[in-house]
Design a binder for this molecule. Structure first.
Ligand code: DGL
Length: 279
């Protein structure tokens, strides 16, 4: 292993939602070490302007780069949508991997009809990054995009199942997937373009026609990182064989981070393990 490959993989998100991406990365690379930064002081990114999100993203990247990382995974869809170019320009020698391209590629591969729906935050949808990434791969694709802002709050509240989340899902998604009549079928693929949405899958699935395929950009990004690193960082880590270490950083309130993280990580985190950093 080269020295660079022994460094941890840096992952950042606007907060805790990116843990869905970290979870997918860890299950794809159990031996790799990670350093995760959640910018909890400034979340949500999804309702902020692209200009502000670029500024925040560069600051998050700087903290991780300073600690030493082999590559940077931008788990936040909103940050990936607006800030990848700025980060690549700032760190030309560092591999920077976002969630948009892998999600778009998976959607194009999954869709038979070429009709694809994308949901995410306001910033992600209005910026049009998924739409252009899908069109680059499949110029004839017909894309419907919708911001589903309330899903973020519901997921952080832990309301991942039940009537309330199903009604919200119906309200957002029914207009997109209106008809099951063969002649005017809606999209056959739905891209979850937000860190928070994978935990809502059972409720989202419940309001969709059966034939719709759901593409989870957390899982597809993990696969892209594995491909990119070519196995280099998946080898033995500094920690116990087969179980890499995670260094946890947040910009505000370790207690809330620890509590809410279990929804996205599927495991509990101790408050003491979280280091608070200032950007
Ligand atoms: N992490 C954000 C995303 O994936 C969702 C939460 C936020 O708006 O900050 O777009």
């Amino acid at each position: 292993l080269t020295a660079a490959a022994r460094l941890p993989i840096g992952v950042f998100d606007s907060g805790v939602g990116g843990l869905t991406v970290l979870r997918a990365l860890r299950s794809a690379m159990p031996a790799a070490d990670f350093i995760y930064l959640g910018d909890t002081a400034r979340l949500p990114y999804g309702t902020k302007s692209a200009h502000t999100v670029v500024r925040y993203s560069l600051q998050c990247a700087a903290v991780l780069v300073e600690r030493g990382i082999s590559c940077l995974v931008v788990a936040c869809n909103t940050a990936s949508a607006s800030s990848l170019d700025a980060m690549r320009l700032q760190y030309p020698n560092l591999p920077v991997i976002g969630v948009i391209e892998p999600g778009a590629a998976a959607a194009v591969a999954a869709s038979v009809s070429g009709r694809i729906a994308v949901i995410g935050t306001e910033g992600t949808i209005n910026g049009g990054a998924y739409q252009s990434a899908i069109r680059r791969l499949s110029p004839s694709a017909r894309i419907t995009a919708a911001a589903c802002s309330l899903f973020v709050a519901l997921a952080e509240e832990g309301w991942t199942e039940g009537e309330i989340v199903k009604s919200v899902a119906r309200r957002y998604l029914a207009p997109i997937f209106r008809s099951e009549a063969a002649a005017d079928r809606g999209p056959d693929t739905l891209v979850l373009g937000c860190t928070h949405f994978p935990v809502l899958v059972p409720s989202i699935r419940a309001v969709l026609p059966e034939y719709v395929r759901i593409v989870d950009s957390a899982k597809t990004t993990a696969a892209a990182v594995v491909r990119h690193l070519g196995g280099a960082s998946t080898g033995p880590s500094s920690g116990q064989a087969g179980r890499g270490q995670v260094t946890w950083l947040a910009t505000d309130d370790a207690a809330r981070f620890a509590r809410v993280s279990s929804i996205f990580l599927g495991a509990s985190l101790s408050v003491g393990a979280i280091e608070i950093v200032d950007l």
